[in-house]
Each structure stands twice: as structure tokens, then as C-alpha cells.
Design a protein around this ligand. Structure first.
Ligand code: FE2
Ligand code: FE2
Length: 244
């Protein structure tokens, strides 16, 4: 029998730098952000949603490229466990892509948000109760800290937006990381300029951001960034169907 990492002390998790403690800190921050998304509307909700996606996507991208491959190598049930969470990630990528195509108040807006939030909650529970305890059983303290450093490094430089077409596994997602990160983080800066500016600056920023979105779409469809994908998390052929 193993214990959820939700019920353990920082020492039991391997110290504040262990990947388990780092994960739990991010999950607590996500909880606070989801609470804000649920209790606000209008521009305040938009801001909370943007902050949520900017936390969620680099966090998950770094899990897919660093943590889950390590779990597959270390634990005999790693394949089953990681596929379960990769399917959740895939569905979250597709739902947020759909949300970003909509305007607040469109038919189905609240339901779509609620479905996404519920899935994020489930992803956290699966990780804290199943995957991370499995990682804890297989690795010692120093290894959990080394993994924590690698995960943090990737998280800080990972894409910040949903990319449902990219492989959820290496080598595809690793090949995609650098170009998509550059595009996503430039778009984040342009969107901030559009929000704060007026007239030509705001319009120019919005247009440039849209152009970069098209570029991200083109990068996502390059064959190398789809390599390593399990058919169950592949857009159009997986259990969740196409992302439209
Ligand atoms: Fe996580
Ligand atoms: Fe996750």
C-alpha cells in the first residue's frame, strides 16, 4: 500500500527540491487559480484563465518530456499509469484549444470551462495518488532531487499554450519544445502589449500574435514533432477524436 503525496511531510517527499514537493506546490497554485476562474467573470476571469493556462501547459509539457519517461523506465506499471495521464493531458489540450476559439458567454462556454476544470482536478488526483507515489517507490531521495531540477529546467522554458497535435511523448515533444516555446512566449508578450496598448499598437500586436498562432499550427504539423506518439493520444485517431 502506498500513500498519496498529498498526505506526506516535505521531508518524506525528499525535501523542498524533490520533484514531488515541486509538483505539489504547483498543484496547490493551480487550485488557487481554478478557484479564481470559477468565482469571477469578464476581464477578471480572462486574466485568471490566462494565468491558469500559463501554469498548466509548461508544467504538463515538462511532465511529458522528463517525468513520465523516467517513470516508464523505473516502474513496471509505468506504461499503464503514464498513458492514463497523457490521455488526460491530450483532452485538456483539445478543450483549451476549443475554449480559445470561443468568446466568453458563447453557448456552451460555462460547460466547457467546467469540464476542463474537472479534468485538471482529476489529473492532479491521479498524479498525487498514483503516479508520483510510484515514482517515489522506485527512486531514492537524490534521484528525486535530480529529477526535480530537470523537470524545473524544462518547465521554465516550455511552451505556454495548448498544442494538441504535438506528440505527448519523446522524441516528438522534445523536438517541438524550442520552436513552440519561442512562438508561445512571443505571443504572450504581444498579447500583453495588446491588452495594455491602444490604437495602432494594440491592433499591430493582435495581428502579429495571430500570425504567430498560424506559425505554431504549421510547426505542430511537421512530422518530427509527432514522433513517439501513442495512438491513444493522437488527434483524429485517439479515443477523444479530432480537436475541432
Ligand atoms: Fe502535475
Ligand atoms: Fe499533469
Amino acid at each position: 500500500m502506498h500513500r498519496s503525496i498529498a498526505d506526506q511531510t516535505i521531508e518524506e517527499l525528499g525535501g523542498p527540491r524533490s520533484v514531488l514537493a515541486r509538483q505539489r506546490r504547483d498543484h496547490a497554485e493551480l487550485d488557487r487559480l481554478l478557484e479564481r476562474c470559477r468565482s469571477t467573470t469578464g476581464p477578471e476571469q480572462q486574466q485568471a484563465l490566462r494565468a491558469t493556462w500559463q501554469l498548466v501547459f509548461p508544467h504538463a509539457f515538462a511532465e511529458e518530456s522528463v517525468l513520465w519517461p523516467a517513470l516508464r523506465r523505473a516502474a513496471s506499471d509505468g506504461e499503464v499509469l503514464t498513458l492514463r495521464v497523457e490521455e488526460e493531458h491530450q483532452e485538456i489540450n483539445q478543450l483549451v484549444t476549443e475554449i480559445e476559439r470561443m468568446q466568453p458567454g458563447d453557448p456552451g462556454w460555462d460547460e466547457l470551462l467546467e469540464r476542463t476544470f474537472a479534468l485538471l482536478d482529476r489529473d492532479v488526483r491521479d498524479e498525487e495518488d498514483l503516479l508520483l507515489p510510484a515514482l517515489q517507490r522506485s527512486l531514492d531521495g537524490p534521484a528525486l532531487q535530480r529529477l526535480g531540477r530537470s523537470w524545473e529546467l524544462v518547465r521554465r522554458t516550455a511552451p505556454t499554450r495548448p498544442h494538441p497535435v504535438v506528440s505527448r511523448r519523446p522524441p516528438g515533444n522534445v523536438a517541438a519544445a524550442l520552436p513552440l516555446t519561442l512562438v508561445d512566449r512571443s505571443r504572450d508578450a504581444l498579447d500583453r502589449a495588446a491588452l495594455g496598448g491602444q490604437g495602432a499598437v494594440a491592433t499591430g500586436s493582435r495581428l502579429a500574435s495571430r500570425g504567430l498562432a498560424a506559425l505554431a499550427g504549421a510547426i505542430e504539423r511537421l512530422p518530427p514533432v509527432r514522433r513517439g506518439e501513442d495512438p491513444r493520444t493522437s488527434v483524429g485517431t485517439g479515443a477523444h477524436g479530432a480537436s475541432s
